[in-house]
Ligand binder design. Sequence first.
Ligand code: AMP
Ligand code: MG
Length: 404
Amino acid sequence: MISIQDAQRTILEQIAALETEKVSVFQGLNRVTPEDHIAPWDIPAADNSAMDGFAFSHATLGGDRLRVTGFLPAGDVHLVPVPAGEAIRIMTGAPIPPGCDTVIPIEEVLDDGEWIRFTSIVKTGLHVRKRGEDIRKGEVVIRAGSLLRPQEIGMLSAMGTTAPAVYRRARVAILATGDELLEPGSTPAPGKIINSNSYSLAAQVLDAGGDPVLLGIAPDALDATCDKIKAGLNADMLVITGGVSVGDRDFVKEAIESLGGSVTFWKVNMKPGKPLAFALLQGKPVFALAGNPVGAMVAFELFVRPSILKAMGHRRLFRPAVKAILQEPAANKGKRPHLVRGIVSVHNDRYHVSTTGNQSSGRLSSLIQGNGLIRMAPEASYAKGGEVEVLLLDRGFEMGDALQ
Ligand code: AMP
Ligand code: MG
């Protein structure tokens, strides 16, 4: 059976970056840019005042008095040089007039309307923001492959970019399989259960920045499964849940193969989520995940999410792994690495983790309680207070409850 790491490597080798598209600058948020962004001009474009105050030439300052001969609000320019002994009343952001090099803030002068008298000593060049001190023309400000965060959106805008190119969102088709499934909105009849996996997986797609396409439910029959899979090939990737085990009614692997897909592997050495087939079908990656709700979501986390991120140009594909102090003794009696749902918290700058109890892979509630996955090696015991490795699944616990 292939290991988690080998399965991740094998899958990610097959994932290519999608095309790029131009989007409005806001839509670029949380997307990746394929190109270097070079500053078309200096930012700021000119030396300008950092304060509301008075601009003057420091070298020509005689005493502690200057005559105010002009007013320069932000947005205007003062073209004529300012003679020695004179000052211009200047507002924050206005370009320093020719002949001036220093600004004294309003708070540091006595102002009678015509003359100002300094009440403090200013050094040459004080309160002047220099041309290009933020960004120099020609500089690569945002590198190809960067994630566009709010600050990059602001910088692109400052450079005059209104429609940056970004990798397009991956369209991920989602197919549930099983005769027992009903769509949400009805009360399950005897023998039936509600298809929740399509929705947790679709939400995981959205959370990764992708665009889910719900294909509905395929009954446990080969032809019907093939038809649904074919429909899914319009998307960039296909995620199937259920029907991938060795039961009499598990048709997914057979369906993929009968459509000409090459199944690279169909079990991963892990718990939960062992039944997992990866295939390329007409060039499209197909992930057939477990039917049980936790196995499906955990396998998505480990294999599908990094694939979506890679397709969308991201460089950082994996959740952070941290060391945490185990709050109770725990053991993995099984022969497969166990990803135990854990509740992670931070105290005194250290991560602490406890398990969510019953680890049955049907218990979706274990993922509601938990926010991390503890890696437990096969046939290993862990003492209370010992260190374990945890994958952090969400950032909720990094948010503080109170102001610091
Ligand atoms: P399977 O792998 O098809 O044998 O499915 C294993 C179990 O997972 C089923 O018995 C269901 O209880 C559950 N299951 C399968 N598909 C879904 C689904 N779409 N939503 C919720 N539970 C499911
Ligand atoms: Mg099934």
